[in-house]
Unconditional design. Structure first.
Ligand code: DGT
Ligand code: CA
Ligand code: CA
Length: 568
Protein backbone atom coordinates (compact mmCIF):
# COMPACT_ATOMS: atom_id res chain seq x y z
CA UNK A 1 0.00 0.00 0.00
CA UNK A 2 1.12 3.52 -0.73
CA UNK A 3 1.03 6.39 1.74
CA UNK A 4 -2.21 7.85 0.46
CA UNK A 5 -3.98 4.51 0.81
CA UNK A 6 -2.48 4.02 4.26
CA UNK A 7 -3.78 7.45 5.28
CA UNK A 8 -7.25 6.52 4.03
CA UNK A 9 -7.16 3.20 5.88
CA UNK A 10 -6.14 4.89 9.15
CA UNK A 11 -8.90 7.43 8.70
CA UNK A 12 -11.35 4.63 8.06
CA UNK A 13 -10.33 2.93 11.30
CA UNK A 14 -10.88 6.25 13.12
CA UNK A 15 -14.30 6.62 11.54
CA UNK A 16 -15.28 3.04 12.39
CA UNK A 17 -14.21 3.50 16.01
CA UNK A 18 -16.30 6.64 16.19
CA UNK A 19 -19.30 4.88 14.63
CA UNK A 20 -18.90 2.33 17.42
CA UNK A 21 -18.94 5.23 19.89
CA UNK A 22 -15.46 4.45 21.21
CA UNK A 23 -13.80 7.12 23.37
CA UNK A 24 -12.47 10.22 21.65
CA UNK A 25 -8.81 9.61 22.56
CA UNK A 26 -8.79 6.25 20.74
CA UNK A 27 -10.25 7.85 17.63
CA UNK A 28 -7.77 10.71 17.87
CA UNK A 29 -4.85 8.26 17.96
CA UNK A 30 -5.72 7.05 14.47
CA UNK A 31 -6.53 10.47 12.94
CA UNK A 32 -3.29 11.94 14.26
CA UNK A 33 -1.30 8.98 12.96
CA UNK A 34 -2.97 9.45 9.57
CA UNK A 35 -1.78 13.07 9.57
CA UNK A 36 1.76 11.97 10.38
CA UNK A 37 1.81 9.54 7.46
CA UNK A 38 0.27 12.17 5.18
CA UNK A 39 3.07 14.58 6.06
CA UNK A 40 5.81 12.05 5.46
CA UNK A 41 6.83 12.98 1.92
CA UNK A 42 8.44 9.56 1.28
CA UNK A 43 7.08 6.03 1.20
CA UNK A 44 6.30 4.41 4.57
CA UNK A 45 8.24 1.36 3.38
CA UNK A 46 11.45 3.42 3.55
CA UNK A 47 10.94 4.31 7.21
CA UNK A 48 12.94 2.04 9.46
CA UNK A 49 11.43 2.91 12.83
CA UNK A 50 7.81 3.96 12.46
CA UNK A 51 7.61 4.74 16.18
CA UNK A 52 9.73 7.80 15.52
CA UNK A 53 6.84 9.39 13.61
CA UNK A 54 4.82 11.88 15.62
CA UNK A 55 1.75 10.29 17.29
CA UNK A 56 2.83 6.77 16.43
CA UNK A 57 3.37 4.34 19.29
CA UNK A 58 3.89 0.59 19.25
CA UNK A 59 0.33 -0.43 18.34
CA UNK A 60 -0.02 2.11 15.58
CA UNK A 61 3.42 1.32 14.17
CA UNK A 62 2.28 -2.27 13.80
CA UNK A 63 -0.97 -1.25 12.11
CA UNK A 64 0.91 1.00 9.66
CA UNK A 65 3.50 -1.69 8.96
CA UNK A 66 0.70 -4.17 8.20
CA UNK A 67 -0.93 -1.74 5.79
CA UNK A 68 2.35 -0.91 4.04
CA UNK A 69 2.97 -4.62 3.50
CA UNK A 70 -0.56 -5.25 2.26
CA UNK A 71 -1.79 -7.13 5.32
CA UNK A 72 -5.13 -6.24 6.88
CA UNK A 73 -4.46 -5.06 10.44
CA UNK A 74 -6.38 -7.03 13.06
CA UNK A 75 -8.27 -3.98 14.32
CA UNK A 76 -9.52 -3.20 10.81
CA UNK A 77 -10.58 -6.80 10.25
CA UNK A 78 -12.52 -6.80 13.51
CA UNK A 79 -14.23 -3.47 12.88
CA UNK A 80 -15.10 -4.39 9.31
CA UNK A 81 -16.65 -7.62 10.60
CA UNK A 82 -18.87 -5.74 13.01
CA UNK A 83 -19.94 -2.65 11.08
CA UNK A 84 -21.80 -2.73 7.74
CA UNK A 85 -19.58 -1.22 5.00
CA UNK A 86 -22.16 1.38 3.89
CA UNK A 87 -21.85 3.26 7.18
CA UNK A 88 -18.49 4.77 6.36
CA UNK A 89 -20.00 6.23 3.22
CA UNK A 90 -22.84 7.73 5.25
CA UNK A 91 -20.29 9.70 7.27
CA UNK A 92 -19.19 11.48 4.07
CA UNK A 93 -22.57 13.18 3.88
CA UNK A 94 -22.53 16.74 5.12
CA UNK A 95 -24.41 16.90 8.42
CA UNK A 96 -23.88 13.23 9.30
CA UNK A 97 -20.87 12.59 11.51
CA UNK A 98 -19.68 9.11 12.53
CA UNK A 99 -21.44 9.17 15.90
CA UNK A 100 -24.73 10.08 14.22
CA UNK A 101 -24.17 7.35 11.65
CA UNK A 102 -23.64 4.92 14.52
CA UNK A 103 -26.93 5.89 16.09
CA UNK A 104 -28.81 5.65 12.79
CA UNK A 105 -27.47 2.15 12.47
CA UNK A 106 -28.12 0.98 16.03
CA UNK A 107 -31.45 2.71 16.53
CA UNK A 108 -32.98 2.69 13.02
CA UNK A 109 -31.03 -0.08 11.28
CA UNK A 110 -29.76 2.25 8.57
CA UNK A 111 -26.77 0.62 6.86
CA UNK A 112 -26.24 2.60 3.63
CA UNK A 113 -26.68 6.01 2.00
CA UNK A 114 -29.53 4.56 -0.07
CA UNK A 115 -31.22 3.29 3.06
CA UNK A 116 -30.97 6.72 4.64
CA UNK A 117 -32.38 8.37 1.49
CA UNK A 118 -35.52 6.21 1.80
CA UNK A 119 -36.06 6.92 5.47
CA UNK A 120 -38.96 9.07 6.71
CA UNK A 121 -37.30 12.14 8.35
CA UNK A 122 -39.86 11.92 11.16
CA UNK A 123 -38.29 8.64 12.29
CA UNK A 124 -34.92 10.35 12.80
CA UNK A 125 -36.61 13.32 14.45
CA UNK A 126 -38.14 10.86 16.87
CA UNK A 127 -34.72 9.94 18.25
CA UNK A 128 -33.42 11.70 21.32
CA UNK A 129 -31.37 14.78 20.43
CA UNK A 130 -32.44 15.15 16.79
CA UNK A 131 -34.68 17.93 15.44
CA UNK A 132 -37.01 17.93 12.46
CA UNK A 133 -34.77 20.27 10.48
CA UNK A 134 -31.58 18.30 10.94
CA UNK A 135 -33.42 15.07 10.13
CA UNK A 136 -34.64 16.52 6.83
CA UNK A 137 -31.15 17.75 6.04
CA UNK A 138 -29.67 14.30 6.52
CA UNK A 139 -32.23 12.59 4.34
CA UNK A 140 -31.86 15.24 1.63
CA UNK A 141 -28.09 14.95 1.72
CA UNK A 142 -28.47 11.20 1.20
CA UNK A 143 -30.84 11.77 -1.73
CA UNK A 144 -28.46 14.13 -3.54
CA UNK A 145 -25.27 12.29 -2.63
CA UNK A 146 -22.83 11.51 -5.36
CA UNK A 147 -19.62 9.78 -4.50
CA UNK A 148 -17.34 12.64 -5.53
CA UNK A 149 -13.61 12.38 -5.10
CA UNK A 150 -12.24 13.86 -1.95
CA UNK A 151 -9.61 16.57 -2.29
CA UNK A 152 -6.26 16.44 -0.51
CA UNK A 153 -5.50 18.64 2.47
CA UNK A 154 -3.00 21.42 1.72
CA UNK A 155 -0.61 19.81 4.19
CA UNK A 156 -0.65 16.45 2.40
CA UNK A 157 -0.24 18.08 -1.00
CA UNK A 158 2.62 20.25 0.25
CA UNK A 159 4.60 17.27 1.55
CA UNK A 160 4.14 15.33 -1.67
CA UNK A 161 4.60 18.36 -3.96
CA UNK A 162 7.85 19.41 -2.30
CA UNK A 163 9.22 15.91 -2.64
CA UNK A 164 8.52 15.89 -6.40
CA UNK A 165 9.78 19.45 -6.85
CA UNK A 166 13.03 18.56 -5.11
CA UNK A 167 13.54 15.77 -7.65
CA UNK A 168 12.90 18.09 -10.61
CA UNK A 169 15.11 20.87 -9.26
CA UNK A 170 18.03 18.55 -8.61
CA UNK A 171 18.03 17.25 -12.20
CA UNK A 172 20.98 18.73 -14.15
CA UNK A 173 18.75 19.72 -17.09
CA UNK A 174 16.39 21.82 -14.92
CA UNK A 175 17.18 25.52 -14.74
CA UNK A 176 14.12 26.59 -12.78
CA UNK A 177 11.10 24.78 -11.39
CA UNK A 178 8.12 25.57 -9.20
CA UNK A 179 4.88 24.13 -7.94
CA UNK A 180 1.94 25.72 -9.75
CA UNK A 181 -1.85 25.28 -9.63
CA UNK A 182 -3.89 25.45 -6.45
CA UNK A 183 -0.89 24.37 -4.37
CA UNK A 184 1.02 27.53 -5.32
CA UNK A 185 -2.09 29.55 -4.52
CA UNK A 186 -2.16 27.67 -1.17
CA UNK A 187 -5.79 26.71 -1.35
CA UNK A 188 -7.08 24.78 1.65
CA UNK A 189 -7.64 21.61 -0.38
CA UNK A 190 -5.88 20.48 -3.53
CA UNK A 191 -7.16 18.40 -6.46
CA UNK A 192 -3.98 17.49 -8.32
CA UNK A 193 -0.37 18.64 -8.38
CA UNK A 194 1.01 20.89 -11.12
CA UNK A 195 4.74 21.42 -11.60
CA UNK A 196 6.38 23.67 -14.19
CA UNK A 197 10.06 23.69 -15.15
CA UNK A 198 12.43 25.56 -17.44
CA UNK A 199 15.02 23.56 -19.33
CA UNK A 200 17.12 23.79 -22.46
CA UNK A 201 16.79 20.00 -22.71
CA UNK A 202 13.15 19.23 -21.87
CA UNK A 203 13.24 15.66 -23.15
CA UNK A 204 15.87 14.42 -20.72
CA UNK A 205 14.04 16.04 -17.80
CA UNK A 206 10.73 14.56 -18.98
CA UNK A 207 12.25 11.09 -19.28
CA UNK A 208 13.84 11.27 -15.85
CA UNK A 209 10.58 12.36 -14.24
CA UNK A 210 8.64 9.52 -15.87
CA UNK A 211 11.14 7.04 -14.43
CA UNK A 212 11.43 8.61 -10.99
CA UNK A 213 11.16 6.28 -7.98
CA UNK A 214 7.96 7.96 -6.72
CA UNK A 215 6.07 7.30 -9.95
CA UNK A 216 3.54 4.47 -9.76
CA UNK A 217 1.94 4.94 -13.15
CA UNK A 218 2.65 7.11 -16.22
CA UNK A 219 -0.53 8.57 -17.72
CA UNK A 220 1.09 10.60 -20.52
CA UNK A 221 4.69 11.08 -21.58
CA UNK A 222 5.71 13.57 -24.26
CA UNK A 223 8.91 15.54 -24.87
CA UNK A 224 7.63 18.50 -22.81
CA UNK A 225 5.05 17.09 -20.49
CA UNK A 226 4.62 14.10 -18.25
CA UNK A 227 1.51 13.21 -16.27
CA UNK A 228 1.96 10.59 -13.58
CA UNK A 229 0.32 9.04 -10.54
CA UNK A 230 2.41 9.18 -7.40
CA UNK A 231 1.10 8.02 -4.01
CA UNK A 232 -2.37 7.82 -5.50
CA UNK A 233 -2.28 11.46 -6.66
CA UNK A 234 -2.00 12.86 -10.17
CA UNK A 235 1.03 15.09 -10.79
CA UNK A 236 1.50 16.99 -14.06
CA UNK A 237 4.93 18.25 -15.09
CA UNK A 238 5.22 20.76 -17.94
CA UNK A 239 8.55 21.97 -19.30
CA UNK A 240 9.50 24.96 -21.50
CA UNK A 241 12.59 26.81 -22.66
CA UNK A 242 13.81 29.23 -19.99
CA UNK A 243 12.75 32.34 -21.97
CA UNK A 244 9.08 31.24 -21.83
CA UNK A 245 9.02 30.11 -18.18
CA UNK A 246 7.07 33.13 -16.85
CA UNK A 247 4.11 32.64 -19.18
CA UNK A 248 3.92 28.91 -18.46
CA UNK A 249 4.17 29.35 -14.69
CA UNK A 250 1.54 32.04 -14.77
CA UNK A 251 -0.88 30.02 -16.87
CA UNK A 252 -0.68 26.89 -14.74
CA UNK A 253 -0.79 28.77 -11.48
CA UNK A 254 -4.30 29.94 -12.27
CA UNK A 255 -6.80 30.29 -10.96
CA UNK A 256 -8.79 29.78 -14.08
CA UNK A 257 -11.03 32.69 -13.03
CA UNK A 258 -8.00 34.97 -12.63
CA UNK A 259 -6.61 33.90 -16.00
CA UNK A 260 -9.90 34.68 -17.67
CA UNK A 261 -10.25 38.22 -16.32
CA UNK A 262 -6.58 38.91 -17.04
CA UNK A 263 -7.05 37.72 -20.61
CA UNK A 264 -10.10 39.97 -21.03
CA UNK A 265 -8.17 42.93 -19.76
CA UNK A 266 -5.27 42.16 -22.14
CA UNK A 267 -7.63 41.93 -25.09
CA UNK A 268 -8.83 45.46 -24.37
CA UNK A 269 -5.19 46.53 -24.63
CA UNK A 270 -4.83 44.71 -27.97
CA UNK A 271 -2.82 41.84 -26.48
CA UNK A 272 -3.49 38.09 -26.41
CA UNK A 273 -2.20 35.90 -23.55
CA UNK A 274 -1.52 32.19 -23.60
CA UNK A 275 0.73 29.72 -21.86
CA UNK A 276 3.32 30.51 -24.58
CA UNK A 277 3.51 34.24 -23.98
CA UNK A 278 2.01 37.47 -25.27
CA UNK A 279 0.98 38.30 -28.84
CA UNK A 280 -0.26 41.40 -30.53
CA UNK A 281 -3.99 40.79 -31.05
CA UNK A 282 -4.79 38.99 -34.27
CA UNK A 283 -1.20 38.03 -35.12
CA UNK A 284 -0.91 34.70 -33.28
CA UNK A 285 2.76 35.56 -32.92
CA UNK A 286 3.36 34.70 -29.26
CA UNK A 287 6.53 36.18 -27.79
CA UNK A 288 7.88 34.32 -24.77
CA UNK A 289 7.86 35.93 -21.33
CA UNK A 290 10.55 34.75 -18.92
CA UNK A 291 9.16 36.04 -15.62
CA UNK A 292 5.74 36.62 -14.14
CA UNK A 293 6.82 40.09 -12.98
CA UNK A 294 7.43 40.99 -16.61
CA UNK A 295 4.06 39.59 -17.66
CA UNK A 296 2.16 41.76 -15.20
CA UNK A 297 4.33 44.79 -15.98
CA UNK A 298 3.57 44.44 -19.70
CA UNK A 299 -0.12 44.70 -18.79
CA UNK A 300 0.50 47.79 -16.61
CA UNK A 301 -0.18 45.86 -13.43
CA UNK A 302 1.73 45.47 -10.19
CA UNK A 303 2.88 41.91 -9.47
CA UNK A 304 -0.01 39.91 -8.01
CA UNK A 305 1.01 37.27 -5.42
CA UNK A 306 -0.38 33.79 -6.27
CA UNK A 307 -2.59 33.69 -3.15
CA UNK A 308 -4.60 36.64 -4.50
CA UNK A 309 -5.22 35.22 -7.97
CA UNK A 310 -8.87 34.28 -7.52
CA UNK A 311 -10.70 37.12 -9.33
CA UNK A 312 -11.83 38.79 -6.14
CA UNK A 313 -10.68 42.32 -6.91
CA UNK A 314 -6.95 41.76 -7.38
CA UNK A 315 -6.78 43.22 -10.92
CA UNK A 316 -8.38 46.52 -9.89
CA UNK A 317 -6.04 46.74 -6.89
CA UNK A 318 -3.00 45.92 -9.02
CA UNK A 319 -4.04 48.60 -11.50
CA UNK A 320 -4.48 51.26 -8.81
CA UNK A 321 -1.39 50.21 -6.88
CA UNK A 322 -3.45 49.33 -3.81
CA UNK A 323 -2.59 45.64 -3.41
CA UNK A 324 -2.14 44.73 0.26
CA UNK A 325 1.28 44.27 1.81
CA UNK A 326 0.53 40.67 2.77
CA UNK A 327 1.46 39.16 6.11
CA UNK A 328 4.37 36.70 6.03
CA UNK A 329 5.41 33.79 8.25
CA UNK A 330 8.44 35.83 9.33
CA UNK A 331 6.09 38.54 10.68
CA UNK A 332 4.70 36.12 13.28
CA UNK A 333 6.17 36.71 16.75
CA UNK A 334 4.37 34.12 18.80
CA UNK A 335 1.74 31.38 18.98
CA UNK A 336 -1.30 32.06 21.18
CA UNK A 337 -2.99 28.66 21.24
CA UNK A 338 -0.97 25.53 21.94
CA UNK A 339 -1.67 22.50 24.14
CA UNK A 340 0.50 20.47 26.48
CA UNK A 341 0.22 17.13 28.25
CA UNK A 342 -1.71 18.89 31.01
CA UNK A 343 -4.74 18.27 28.76
CA UNK A 344 -4.65 16.36 25.44
CA UNK A 345 -1.30 17.56 24.07
CA UNK A 346 1.80 15.41 23.76
CA UNK A 347 4.49 18.00 24.50
CA UNK A 348 5.47 19.40 27.89
CA UNK A 349 5.67 23.08 28.78
CA UNK A 350 9.43 22.81 28.32
CA UNK A 351 9.45 20.90 25.02
CA UNK A 352 6.88 23.24 23.47
CA UNK A 353 8.79 26.29 24.74
CA UNK A 354 12.02 25.01 23.24
CA UNK A 355 10.34 24.35 19.89
CA UNK A 356 8.93 27.89 19.94
CA UNK A 357 12.37 29.32 20.74
CA UNK A 358 13.76 27.40 17.75
CA UNK A 359 11.18 29.19 15.58
CA UNK A 360 12.41 32.53 16.89
CA UNK A 361 9.19 33.41 18.72
CA UNK A 362 9.12 36.10 21.41
CA UNK A 363 6.13 34.66 23.25
CA UNK A 364 4.06 31.51 23.57
CA UNK A 365 0.65 31.06 25.23
CA UNK A 366 -0.33 27.67 26.63
CA UNK A 367 -4.07 27.12 26.23
CA UNK A 368 -5.11 23.71 27.50
CA UNK A 369 -8.73 22.60 27.61
CA UNK A 370 -11.13 23.57 30.42
CA UNK A 371 -12.80 21.41 33.06
CA UNK A 372 -15.95 20.14 31.29
CA UNK A 373 -14.08 18.76 28.33
CA UNK A 374 -13.39 15.38 29.94
CA UNK A 375 -12.61 13.68 26.63
CA UNK A 376 -9.66 16.04 26.20
CA UNK A 377 -8.56 15.76 29.84
CA UNK A 378 -9.67 19.34 30.60
CA UNK A 379 -8.16 21.07 33.63
CA UNK A 380 -10.05 21.48 36.90
CA UNK A 381 -9.57 24.93 38.51
CA UNK A 382 -6.99 23.38 40.86
CA UNK A 383 -5.00 21.83 38.01
CA UNK A 384 -5.21 25.09 36.08
CA UNK A 385 -3.75 26.95 39.06
CA UNK A 386 -0.95 24.41 39.32
CA UNK A 387 -0.29 24.86 35.65
CA UNK A 388 -0.16 28.64 35.99
CA UNK A 389 2.58 28.20 38.58
CA UNK A 390 4.44 25.74 36.35
CA UNK A 391 4.30 28.13 33.39
CA UNK A 392 5.58 31.01 35.52
CA UNK A 393 8.46 28.86 36.73
CA UNK A 394 9.31 27.85 33.18
CA UNK A 395 9.09 31.47 32.12
CA UNK A 396 11.80 32.30 34.69
CA UNK A 397 13.94 29.51 33.35
CA UNK A 398 13.85 30.57 29.69
CA UNK A 399 15.18 34.07 29.14
CA UNK A 400 14.72 33.87 25.35
CA UNK A 401 10.93 33.70 25.32
CA UNK A 402 7.94 34.93 27.32
CA UNK A 403 5.76 32.01 28.40
CA UNK A 404 2.16 32.80 29.28
CA UNK A 405 -0.67 30.76 30.73
CA UNK A 406 -4.04 30.90 29.00
CA UNK A 407 -6.90 28.49 28.46
CA UNK A 408 -8.97 27.19 25.60
CA UNK A 409 -12.10 27.59 27.63
CA UNK A 410 -15.25 25.82 26.53
CA UNK A 411 -18.30 27.87 25.58
CA UNK A 412 -21.06 25.93 27.32
CA UNK A 413 -24.46 25.33 25.75
CA UNK A 414 -25.94 28.50 27.26
CA UNK A 415 -23.00 30.69 26.25
CA UNK A 416 -21.45 30.89 29.70
CA UNK A 417 -17.84 29.87 30.04
CA UNK A 418 -16.38 26.79 31.64
CA UNK A 419 -14.49 28.71 34.40
CA UNK A 420 -15.61 31.44 36.78
CA UNK A 421 -14.77 34.99 35.70
CA UNK A 422 -12.46 35.40 38.70
CA UNK A 423 -10.34 32.51 37.47
CA UNK A 424 -10.38 33.74 33.86
CA UNK A 425 -9.13 37.09 35.16
CA UNK A 426 -6.01 35.38 36.49
CA UNK A 427 -5.10 34.05 33.05
CA UNK A 428 -2.85 35.96 30.67
CA UNK A 429 -4.95 35.17 27.59
CA UNK A 430 -8.29 33.46 26.97
CA UNK A 431 -9.29 31.54 23.85
CA UNK A 432 -12.97 30.54 23.90
CA UNK A 433 -14.40 27.76 21.74
CA UNK A 434 -17.39 25.52 21.12
CA UNK A 435 -16.64 21.79 21.43
CA UNK A 436 -20.01 20.25 22.24
CA UNK A 437 -23.72 20.59 21.35
CA UNK A 438 -22.98 21.55 17.75
CA UNK A 439 -26.55 20.95 16.62
CA UNK A 440 -28.41 23.64 18.55
CA UNK A 441 -29.32 25.53 15.37
CA UNK A 442 -28.20 28.86 13.94
CA UNK A 443 -30.06 31.20 16.26
CA UNK A 444 -29.08 29.49 19.50
CA UNK A 445 -25.48 28.98 18.37
CA UNK A 446 -25.10 32.61 17.33
CA UNK A 447 -26.49 33.87 20.65
CA UNK A 448 -24.39 31.42 22.59
CA UNK A 449 -21.19 32.59 20.91
CA UNK A 450 -22.12 36.28 21.15
CA UNK A 451 -22.49 35.82 24.88
CA UNK A 452 -18.94 34.46 25.01
CA UNK A 453 -17.63 37.30 22.85
CA UNK A 454 -19.09 39.74 25.36
CA UNK A 455 -17.21 38.21 28.27
CA UNK A 456 -14.57 40.82 29.17
CA UNK A 457 -11.85 38.18 29.62
CA UNK A 458 -12.20 36.50 26.22
CA UNK A 459 -9.42 37.59 23.85
CA UNK A 460 -10.27 35.46 20.82
CA UNK A 461 -12.77 32.87 19.59
CA UNK A 462 -11.06 29.68 18.43
CA UNK A 463 -12.02 27.84 15.23
CA UNK A 464 -15.26 29.85 15.03
CA UNK A 465 -17.23 27.52 12.72
CA UNK A 466 -16.02 24.14 13.97
CA UNK A 467 -15.52 22.59 10.56
CA UNK A 468 -13.08 19.73 9.99
CA UNK A 469 -12.06 19.53 6.34
CA UNK A 470 -13.26 16.31 4.67
CA UNK A 471 -14.87 15.19 7.93
CA UNK A 472 -17.27 17.65 9.50
CA UNK A 473 -19.35 20.50 8.11
CA UNK A 474 -19.31 23.79 10.02
CA UNK A 475 -22.05 24.09 12.61
CA UNK A 476 -24.82 26.54 11.80
CA UNK A 477 -23.91 30.01 12.99
CA UNK A 478 -24.33 33.55 11.67
CA UNK A 479 -20.66 34.45 11.26
CA UNK A 480 -21.43 37.98 10.03
CA UNK A 481 -23.12 38.71 13.34
CA UNK A 482 -20.17 37.28 15.24
CA UNK A 483 -17.91 39.58 13.26
CA UNK A 484 -20.02 42.64 14.12
CA UNK A 485 -20.03 41.68 17.80
CA UNK A 486 -16.29 41.03 17.78
CA UNK A 487 -15.72 44.48 16.28
CA UNK A 488 -17.93 46.14 18.89
CA UNK A 489 -16.17 44.43 21.82
CA UNK A 490 -12.58 44.46 20.55
CA UNK A 491 -12.50 40.66 20.55
CA UNK A 492 -10.30 38.89 18.03
CA UNK A 493 -11.29 35.92 15.89
CA UNK A 494 -8.98 33.01 15.34
CA UNK A 495 -7.69 31.71 12.07
CA UNK A 496 -6.84 28.23 13.26
CA UNK A 497 -3.87 26.89 11.28
CA UNK A 498 -4.35 23.22 12.12
CA UNK A 499 -4.15 21.36 8.79
CA UNK A 500 -7.71 20.06 8.75
CA UNK A 501 -9.36 23.13 10.26
CA UNK A 502 -8.17 26.37 8.59
CA UNK A 503 -11.14 27.96 10.31
CA UNK A 504 -12.21 30.83 9.73
CA UNK A 505 -12.38 30.39 5.99
CA UNK A 506 -11.12 33.04 3.57
CA UNK A 507 -14.31 35.02 2.84
CA UNK A 508 -15.03 35.37 6.57
CA UNK A 509 -11.48 36.44 7.41
CA UNK A 510 -11.76 39.10 4.75
CA UNK A 511 -15.10 40.24 6.08
CA UNK A 512 -13.69 40.38 9.62
CA UNK A 513 -10.73 42.46 8.49
CA UNK A 514 -12.94 44.88 6.63
CA UNK A 515 -15.02 45.25 9.79
CA UNK A 516 -11.88 46.18 11.72
CA UNK A 517 -11.66 42.90 13.65
CA UNK A 518 -8.17 41.66 14.38
CA UNK A 519 -7.30 38.00 13.99
CA UNK A 520 -5.08 35.58 15.83
CA UNK A 521 -3.29 33.07 13.62
CA UNK A 522 -2.70 30.09 15.89
CA UNK A 523 -1.62 26.52 15.34
CA UNK A 524 -3.63 24.73 18.06
CA UNK A 525 -0.51 22.54 18.20
CA UNK A 526 -0.77 19.40 20.32
CA UNK A 527 2.92 18.58 19.83
CA UNK A 528 6.16 20.30 18.85
CA UNK A 529 6.05 19.55 15.12
CA UNK A 530 2.57 21.06 14.73
CA UNK A 531 3.96 24.49 15.61
CA UNK A 532 5.12 24.53 11.98
CA UNK A 533 1.48 24.55 10.79
CA UNK A 534 1.65 28.34 11.19
CA UNK A 535 2.54 28.56 7.49
CA UNK A 536 -0.88 27.22 6.51
CA UNK A 537 -2.70 29.77 8.64
CA UNK A 538 -0.54 32.55 7.27
CA UNK A 539 -1.16 31.48 3.68
CA UNK A 540 -4.89 31.41 4.36
CA UNK A 541 -4.62 34.92 5.85
CA UNK A 542 -2.76 36.03 2.73
CA UNK A 543 -5.57 34.64 0.60
CA UNK A 544 -7.88 36.88 2.65
CA UNK A 545 -5.71 39.96 1.91
CA UNK A 546 -4.51 40.24 5.52
CA UNK A 547 -1.67 42.62 6.42
CA UNK A 548 0.39 42.12 9.57
CA UNK A 549 -1.25 45.09 11.30
CA UNK A 550 -4.46 43.05 11.57
CA UNK A 551 -2.79 40.10 13.28
CA UNK A 552 -2.51 40.10 17.08
CA UNK A 553 0.44 37.73 17.16
CA UNK A 554 2.44 39.82 14.71
CA UNK A 555 2.85 42.34 17.52
CA UNK A 556 6.27 42.61 19.12
CA UNK A 557 6.42 41.49 22.75
CA UNK A 558 6.35 45.10 23.93
CA UNK A 559 3.19 45.86 21.93
CA UNK A 560 1.61 42.55 22.88
CA UNK A 561 2.27 43.17 26.59
CA UNK A 562 0.64 46.58 26.27
CA UNK A 563 -2.38 45.03 24.51
CA UNK A 564 -2.75 42.46 27.31
CA UNK A 565 -2.50 45.09 30.03
CA UNK A 566 -5.03 47.39 28.36
CA UNK A 567 -7.74 44.71 28.35
CA UNK A 568 -10.72 44.78 26.00
P1 DGT B 1 -7.15 21.81 -8.34
O1 DGT B 1 -6.13 20.99 -9.02
O2 DGT B 1 -8.53 21.36 -8.59
O3 DGT B 1 -6.89 21.96 -6.88
O4 DGT B 1 -7.10 23.32 -8.92
P2 DGT B 1 -6.05 23.99 -9.92
O5 DGT B 1 -6.28 25.45 -9.86
O6 DGT B 1 -4.68 23.49 -9.66
O7 DGT B 1 -6.59 23.52 -11.33
P3 DGT B 1 -5.98 22.55 -12.43
O8 DGT B 1 -5.02 21.58 -11.88
O9 DGT B 1 -7.14 22.00 -13.17
O10 DGT B 1 -5.24 23.53 -13.43
C1 DGT B 1 -4.11 24.28 -13.02
C2 DGT B 1 -4.21 25.67 -13.57
O11 DGT B 1 -4.12 25.65 -15.00
C3 DGT B 1 -5.51 26.36 -13.28
O12 DGT B 1 -5.53 26.98 -12.01
C4 DGT B 1 -5.58 27.37 -14.40
C5 DGT B 1 -4.92 26.66 -15.54
N1 DGT B 1 -5.95 26.07 -16.41
C6 DGT B 1 -6.25 24.77 -16.52
N2 DGT B 1 -7.25 24.60 -17.40
C7 DGT B 1 -7.59 25.81 -17.84
C8 DGT B 1 -8.57 26.31 -18.75
O13 DGT B 1 -9.33 25.56 -19.35
N3 DGT B 1 -8.62 27.67 -18.94
C9 DGT B 1 -7.77 28.51 -18.29
N4 DGT B 1 -7.87 29.83 -18.49
N5 DGT B 1 -6.87 28.07 -17.41
C10 DGT B 1 -6.77 26.76 -17.20
CA1 CA C 1 -4.03 21.33 -9.74
CA1 CA D 1 -3.59 19.90 -13.03
Amino acid sequence: MQNNDIVRALETIATLLEIKDEPYYRVLGYTRAAESVAALGRPVREVEDLKKLPHVGGTLAEVIRDLAEDRTPQILAELAGEIPPGLVEITRLPSVGPRTAGRLWRELEVTSVEGLAELEPARIAGLKGFGKKSAEKMVNAAKTYNATERRMLLHTATALGEHLLEFVRSHPAAERAALAGSLRRMKETIGDLDIVAASADPQSLADAFAEAPFVDEVLAHGPKKVFVISNGVEADLRIVEPEAYGALLHHFTGSQAHNIVLRERAVKMGVNISEYGLAKAGTGDYRPVADEEELYARLDLAYIPPELREDTGELEAAERGTLPDLVEVSDVRGDLHVHTNYSDGKGTIESMAEAAIALGYEYLVFCDHSQSLRVANGLSPERLKAKMRAVREADEKYGEIHLLCGSEVDILKDGTLDYEDALLAELDFVVAAVHTSFGVGEKAMTERMIRAINNPHVNTIAHPTGRILNRREPYEVDVSRLIKEAAATNTALELNSYVDRLDLSVPYVREAMNAGVRITIDTDAHDETALSFMKYGVSQARRAWVEKGSVINCMSWTEFEKYLKAGK
